[in-house]
Design a protein around this ligand. Sequence first.
Ligand SMILES: [Ca+2]
Ligand SMILES: [Ca+2]
Length: 177
Amino acid sequence: MSDFQQDKLAHRFRQLDVDGDGWLRQDDLRTTAGRLCDRLVPAGRSDLRAEIHAAYDALWEALREAAPAAADGLSQEDYTAAIAADSGGFSEAVRRIGMAQFDALDVDGNGVVDPDELFRLGSAYGLARDETDALFARLDLDGDGTIDRTEWLEAIQDFYYGDDPESAGALLFGRAA
Ligand SMILES: [Ca+2]
Ligand SMILES: [Ca+2]
């Protein structure tokens, strides 16, 4: 794993370690899932809330499986090592979270995310319209003016496993999530 990848995961670890005690525990992930739901899931979509919580529980199980020596919490080193050693459970849980995020983002349910829908998410995280529009342009890999499910999942995958600082995935969790 490159220094750039390690830095990205260290940054993500600090975001996920909500209480900031240096240990990632299931409580941290449950808080993260709850905040994501509050910011993203439209009213009346309790099915999506449940799916996001279930997917974060699956993420925790996958991390625990990949870091068997860790007790009830993972250090930053444990977290990075668990992702590197993952046998598939982590990437599957990340994909599951990404799918649920996409469904929550796609407020009008037309199967693609448009710039307004991305801004709705970004503004909940304090991003300005020009920032979410710039992110949108990078996420829209084929340039057709919408983000489809494949493009969204590719960016998330790229965040965890990619090595290109200029990619959309590298920016995804910068300030946006
Ligand atoms: Ca849409
Ligand atoms: Ca597109």
